[in-house]
Design a protein around this ligand. Sequence first.
Ligand code: ATP
Ligand code: MG
Length: 232
Amino acid sequence: MEVKTEELLKIYDKEVLNVKELVFKSGLITAIVGPNGSGKSTLLNIIAATLKKDGGRVYYDGSLTVPLQKMTIVFQKPFLIDASVYMNIAYPLKIRKIPKEEIKDRVEKIARDLNIEDLLNKNAHHLSGGEKAKVSLARALIFKPELLLLDEPCASLDPYIITEIEKILLKINKEEKTTIILITHDLSEAKRIADEILLLNKGKVVALKKRDDFFNSDDETVRRFINGELLI
Ligand SMILES: Nc1ncnc2c1ncn2[C@@H]1O[C@H](COP(=O)(O)OP(=O)(O)OP(=O)(O)O)[C@@H](O)[C@H]1O
Ligand SMILES: [Mg+2]
C-alpha cells in the first residue's frame, strides 16, 4: 500500500512535525531515523491514525479513507492484554470473526515462524521484553496487513532476536508484498533491511533516499547524522 502525506502538521506547545510531502512506496521497507524527539513516533502515529494531526492529509493508495482493516501499528512499548500469548495473537482474527479452527492454524503457524510456540499458554504479562516484542509482532502479522508500521520493534533486544525479527520482516515483505515503515535508532539495521531511509530532524524532513544513496549522500546533515554527531 502506498502512503502519501501532504502538509502534515502537529503542534503541542510548539511545532513538533511540519512535513511538506512524503511518499512511502508500496511494497518497500522504509526506515525512519533521527535523533530523540525529532518527530518519528509522531509521524508514524499520524499515519496509523492513532494520533490526531493539526493539519495536512494522509493518502492510502490515493484515498483519504483510513484503511483500518488493512494496516496495523506496533507501538514503542508493546501493549499486550492480561491473557495467554495465544489469546493475544488470536485477538485480531477473533474480532474479524474468523472460524476457530482457522484461528488455531494461523496462530500456530505464526508462532512457529517467530519461534514462540513454547510461550503460547503463558500469560503475556509474564514475558521478557524480547518475548513481548515477538508476541506483539506476531499479533500484528497474523492478519496479513498490507501496511505494517513499527515503532522501534528491536529496541533493547538481544542480537539473536533482532536477527530473527529482521528475517521475518524481510520474508513477509517479499512474500506478501507488505509495505513496512519502521522507526529505528540502529543505522546498521536500516542498512540491513530498508529499501529507503527517511531522516527527520526537529520535525522536518532532512532526506528521504534509497538506502545506498542515503549512506553515500554528501548532504552535510545526513553525513553528520551517519557519523553520530548530534544534530542540534
Ligand atoms: N503528548 C505530548 N505532549 C507534548 N509534547 C509531546 C507529546 N508527545 C510528543 N511530544 C513532543 O513531540 C516531539 C516529538 O516526539 P516524538 O515522540 O515524535 O519523537 P521521536 O522522534 O519518536 O523520539 P524518540 O527517538 O525519543 O522516540 C518531542 O519533542 C516530544 O517531547
Ligand atoms: Mg519515538
